[in-house]
Design a protein. Structure first.
Length: 139
């Protein structure tokens, strides 16, 4: 419904939020193609709109997507990049944001060796927002 309203009104922000929600739901249901499409559209819209907080939220959703598609290194990098950027823009994770990370982040980190985990985390933390977006677009 929100997606239809957003499209009919050409409300790019509403479309972005709706696609993020639909993408997360698709990730949870295991519908990778649907998830990728929705999350990529959401990411593109929020980047276009210059909404850094929303961009970070979509990067976290794409990190979850990467984890569910066994791209653990990319998932770890994106989660670290999003966390670092949250600190830069003073947008701490809410309990709801954390609840989306908790089901998959620990198991993703456990798949990686200590060296891989440390490297992915350091790489992610050092990324600019633009670099993190580029990584996410390659998923």
């Amino acid at each position: 419904m929100a997606l239809q309203v957003g499209r009919s009104r050409k409300d790019w922000g509403l479309i972005g939020w709706a696609q993020r929600s639909l993408g997360i739901a698709a990730v949870i249901r295991g519908h990778q193609d649907e998830a990728r499409e929705a999350l990529q559209e959401s990411l593109s819209l929020f980047v276009l709109l210059g909404n850094e907080r929303a961009t970070v939220l979509v990067l976290e959703a794409l990190a979850q997507f990467a984890a569910t598609t066994e791209r653990h290194d990319e998932a770890s990098q994106l989660a670290a990049a999003a966390g670092a950027h949250r600190q830069r823009i003073r947008a701490p994770r809410t309990a709801g944001d954390q609840a989306l990370l908790d089901p998959w982040l620990p198991s993703t980190m456990a798949v990686l060796s200590v060296a891989q985990r440390d490297r992915a985390t350091a790489t992610g933390k050092d990324m600019t927002l633009e670099q993190a977006v580029a990584l996410a677009r390659d998923l």
